[in-house]
Design a protein around this ligand. Structure first.
Ligand SMILES: Nc1ncnc2c1ncn2[C@@H]1O[C@H](COP(=O)(O)OP(=O)(O)O)[C@@H](O)[C@H]1O
Ligand SMILES: [Mg+2]
Length: 326
């Protein structure tokens, strides 16, 4: 079982769309997939389930929030009785997101200080989501856990990142994405160092905690988000700068602390380009399935058929690489 998290400081870069598609593409390669929606925006959940289903999860208390709720309110440890939702007929499960998950931020911020001091209470909360995933995914033979998180460097994302085996950066060629990389590289390295120090001071190991060594597996560039005001020249310039910025701000920073922290999926660090699939994206959101599973019954006709095929080829290739390398 491998855990993959996808991160960018900026929202709207096509991250959730990419994760949903990659998960389904990996399942088509014969893998068992568990999606974790740890973004309080819940976009991944809304891409897999109807609003009625989501409402049911919240009423029956089966979301990611309910897993950690006993820790937030101080009544106990994670609720391991919660079972992820299985997509009918598929080897795909989802731990549904929850708008209430934001409440866990403060608990985790306080726990971090306790963990750095080597106190067990800090480790219990910081490792909560990691322990739930580890427990359920291993017991149920999951091959890949794909985690969607919000676009910030907060305590929740820190706890999740440190529990993953790999991280992938979806980005768009613009000033903000590139500037974000500098910050991201520095912050991830600091978190790994701090966690390494904290775990070395943690004596009573009565439960597992994150290894804290997520390796960088590459980046994906989205080309659908070209701003109207942005002339093509500016876009080309940012696009051309991506490889050197990734190397300087992410790869080199990680290699300074550990040579195993970089796993190029694709020879280089670019995993692929997300094309502009135009109206097929809202159609796939509406049909709750990836673009490459849309058919004429879903309303795919004419020129869109070629886009569906292209999308299938793109994601099949990425999924095969993931299966081979990660
Ligand atoms: N490949 C794509 N082609 C066209 N539009 C896209 C594509 N990927 C995402 N979008 C659009 O951009 C919006 C934001 O995408 P999303 O995956 O939710 O980004 P993020 O998770 O980074 O915020 C989507 O609602 C969709 O309309
Ligand atoms: Mg998203």
């Amino acid at each position: 079982m491998k855990q993959l998290v996808f991160f960018n400081n900026k929202g709207g870069v096509g991250k959730t769309t990419f994760i949903q598609h990659l998960g389904y593409a990996l399942e088509r390669q014969g893998k068992k997939i568990l999606f974790i929606d740890a973004d309080p925006q819940c976009n991944l959940t809304a891409y897999i389930c109807t609003d009625e289903q989501i409402d049911k999860f919240w009423l029956s208390k089966d979301s990611i929030y309910n897993v950690v709720q006993p820790i937030i309110v101080g009544t106990g440890d994670i609720d391991t009785k919660i079972v992820p939702y299985q997509v009918p007929g598929r080897n795909i499960w989802l731990l549904p997101g929850d708008v209430a998950l934001g409440e866990f931020e403060q608990t985790l911020a306080d726990s971090w200080i306790n963990a750095l001091a080597g106190r067990e209470i800090g480790f219990r909360a910081t490792s909560a989501i990691f322990r739930y995933i580890n427990n359920w995914a291993v017991a149920n033979g999951i091959d890949y856990v794909l985690l969607d998180i919000g676009p910030n460097l907060g305590a929740l994302n820190r706890a999740i990142l440190l529990g993953c085996d790999y991280f992938i950066i979806p980005l768009v060629p613009d000033l903000f994405s590139l500037r974000g990389l500098t910050n991201m590289g520095r912050t991830f390295v600091r978190w790994m160092n701090e966690w390494g120090g904290a775990t070395s001071r943690f004596e009573s190991k009565t439960f597992p905690v994150q290894n804290g060594r997520p390796a960088f597996a590459g980046y994906v560039t989205a080309h659908f988000n070209i701003y109207r005001k942005n002339p093509t020249k500016a876009w080309e310039r940012w696009n051309a700068e991506i490889p050197s910025r990734i190397k300087r701000d992410v790869v080199d920073q990680l290699l300074k602390i550990d040579k195993n922290l970089v796993v190029p999926l694709n020879g280089g660090y670019s995993i692929g380009d997300m094309k502009n699939y135009h109206s097929l994206v809202p159609l796939s959101q509406d049909k709750l399935k990836p673009i490459f599973e849309l058919t004429s019954k879903d309303g795919v006709v004419g020129g869109h058929v070629a886009y569906v095929e292209e999308c299938n080829a793109t994601y099949t290739e990425i999924a095969k690489k993931v299966c081979k390398k990660l």
